[in-house]
Design a binder for this molecule. Sequence first.
Ligand code: FES
Length: 129
Amino acid sequence: MHVRPIDPATATVTIKFHLEDPDGLTGKGQADVTVVAHRGMNILEAAMASGIDIEHACGGVCACSTCHVYLERGAGDVSEASEAEEDRVEEAPGLQRNSRLGCQCVLNGDGPIEVRVPAWNRNAVKEGH
Ligand code: FES
């Protein structure tokens, strides 16, 4: 997946990530990571560009559910879920009302946005291979 780099001089969207498996996602133990990203990026892209390695088995085209995250704050600052996303996210383990696919959730306001990244996404993928 092509990830656009973040330019800190022009990035405006604040996202606080709560990582349930910080070691697995970043190689570090820090569970709360705040990043600043660009409008037009999606949550998966913003995470990847910031060193948070969220799974994305299909490469960000809404064909898996491994980029499943919980949007805990900032629903008004991201795109609404399409029908395709809603259908797909229903396959994710641990589905909640605030479940989103990171690759389909586009930043269109400056936040602050808060996103929880569940730990078992990675585990589900690892066990499947
Ligand atoms: S990466 Fe596959 S649906 Fe998001």
